[in-house]
Design a protein around this ligand. Structure first.
Ligand code: AMP
Length: 542
């Protein structure tokens, strides 16, 4: 081989920071915090990143140490992203919406040594503290002097630490394959699994999402990150918007507050916003009710769950905002495909999940593993590969993320048309996505089976206008017993988060099974649809 003779400058998050600091020092980051709207520029942000790097260095951590965050979208979380990764540690963003037992599992599995926590989550961490095996330093992300309830843990205050640390720091030279971030996915059966991103995968993915046919980022854009920074690095926006010099608007904990989002879009001149469908449907309702305009908003990225026709039509026809439908996974950093069809394009085409971005390869296969044609009709198991796709899960070497030929199995079922436009038509993984968050059918079934009168339980996801999908629980009781839904619900609420509780509990005499004795969810879903349509619909517990 004749080797190329170009430099092998490592692709690192540190390089992103250095570039932005030199080229876009005055670009703003605006955040909603408990103390109100916070505003500063990248130069100030990176000075604080250096102070935080000095603080972390004092802890004497080894390279690759995991530092967890339990935090919303604001400037402090942004600083943590860069200070942790550029110092050679791993920024582990933890989803505070998970059930406390899952958070405990995740923090222990990752062996996090430092926790950076929004003041709102201090009580949650306090309740878990006795079970946390590796955390040595607890830092609360709050204003200096902000009061918070008496606690048992020796909390360090972020602002006090930063005030006492120097603003200069020499970041280490990192290998581009070094780990930089970690996210656990619960969109899988069994325990949550960790996806460990490298500097290289993060930078390549960030480059890719900036492309015109992806998010189309440049320093002319003002980006509203309405996807949580604890969800797959907020789809990489904190890196991509930084490397292209976009003004960034971080809505704090207010992603579900349509009035706040509308206000930010107006007052900060947002041109591009990204989030899950639930966020956009509430914004759409708010815009309609208040008859507000959308200011400079040009396009929204809708991902994490399927974009409905109501959403696409509402934004495009009524508000002249382009809808870009995107698909991806935690295991894919997350972006896989984007539908860049122009505003007002044919709706049927628009609702497809889109074409793969360069770097991601797709294929669909049948149950025997044979590849299916890209004819827009044949549907099969969707597989992917590429430089920002997970190779194996963190510290679970036996649960390989890919098949024997190196393709990652997404658990989605899709068609691909001759233009390479992919459409999700079903899911082979038994899991429900509600408002962008996963609900495990299996965990819910196990929780239901803990109720003494339940002999068998099956949970299916049913479409929901606001939350995309909601769980419905079917139960079979021991001989002839009538189960009181409220009492079963009470039992479930001891075991799962409140937003996991099924919208309906339906008792039946038996459940459908496959020839191998497994619950036949496909048949149950069909039964559910039919019973809703029939006049003798099974009464539901609402
Ligand atoms: P997560 O790892 O939590 O990001 O979830 C990834 C999964 O969410 C995918 O495998 C899909 O099942 C689902 N998903 C993500 N984006 C979309 C979309 N645009 N349309 C339909 N399902 C989606």
């Amino acid at each position: 081989m004749l080797t190329g003779q170009m430099m092998t400058t490592p692709l690192t998050v540190t390089a992103v920071m250095r570039h932005a600091e030199r080229v876009f020092p005055t670009t703003e980051i605006v955040s909603i915090t408990a103390a109100g709207r916070h505003r500063y520029c990248l130069r100030e942000a990176f000075a604080r990143v250096r102070r935080l790097a000095n603080v972390l260095q004092e802890f004497g951590l080894q390279p690759g140490a995991r530092i967890a965050t339990l935090a919303w979208n604001d400037h402090r979380h942004f600083e943590a992203y860069f200070a942790i990764s550029c110092s050679g540690y791993v920024c582990h963003t933890v989803n505070p919406r998970l059930f406390p037992a899952q958070i405990e599992y995740i923090l222990n599995h990752a062996e996090d040594e430092v926790l950076l926590v929004d003041a709102a989550f201090v009580p949650l961490v306090e309740s878990l503290a006795a079970q946390l095996k590796s955390v040595r330093h607890f830092i609360v992300l709050a204003e200096e002097g902000a009061a918070f309830p008496p606690t048992r843990l020796p909390w360090l205050r972020y602002e006090t630490l930063l005030a006492g640390a120097p603003s200069s720091f020499t970041f280490p030279q990192l290998h581009e394959e070094a780990a930089c971030a970690l996210a656990y996915t619960s969109g899988t059966t069994g325990d949550p699994k960790g996806v460990l991103y490298s500097h290289r995968s993060t930078v390549l993915h960030s480059f890719a999402i900036c492309m015109p046919a992806a998010f189309g980022l440049s320093s002319h854009e003002v980006v509203l990150t309405a996807v949580p920074m604890f969800h797959v690095n907020a789809w990489s926006l904190p890196y991509a918007a930084t490397l292209t010099g976009c003004k960034q608007v971080l809505p704090g904990s207010k992603m579900g507050d349509a009035a706040m989002l509308a206000d930010l879009i107006h007052s900060e001149g947002v041109t591009l916003a990204a989030g899950v469908p639930t966020v956009w449907s509430s914004l759409l309702t708010h815009l309609r009710n208040t008859k507000m305009s959308v200011g400079r908003l040009d396009r929204i990225i809708v991902g994490g769950a399927a974009c409905s026709s109501a959403l696409a039509e509402g934004f495009e026809r009524e508000f002249n905002v382009t809808v870009r439908h995107a698909w991806g996974m935690t295991e894919m950093s997350p972006l896989g495909t984007v539908n860049s069809a122009p505003r007002h394009a044919d709706l049927k085409q628009k609702l497809k999940q889109g074409q793969p971005i360069f770097g991601v390869e797709l294929k669909i296969v049948d149950s025997a593993g044979r590849e299916l044609p890209w004819n827009g009709v044949s549907s099969g198991f969707l597989k992917v590969r590429g430089p920002w796709v997970c190779r194996e899960y963190f510290r679970q070497p036996k649960s390989l993320a890919h098949d024997t030929s190196g393709w990652f199995e997404t658990g989605d079922i899709a068609t691909i048309d001759p233009q390479g436009c992919m459409q999700i038509v079903d899911r082979s993984k038994d899991i429900i996505k509600s408002g962008g968050e996963w609900i495990s059918s299996i965990d819910l079934e196990n929780a239901a089976c803990a109720y003494p009168d339940v002999r068998e339980a099956a949970v299916i996801g049913v479409p929901h206008a606001k939350w995309d999908e909601r769980p419905v629980l079917y139960v079979v009781a021991h001989h002839g017993v009538m189960i009181a839904p409220h009492s079963l619900r009470e039992c479930l609420s001891q075991r799962v988060a409140s937003w996991w509780l099924p919208d309906a509990i339906i008792q039946v005499d038996s459940l459908p099974h496959t020839a191998t004795g497994k619950l036949d969810k496909k048949a149950l879903r069909a039964f559910h649809r039919a019973s809703l349509q029939s006049e003798t619909a099974v009464p539901q517990d609402k």
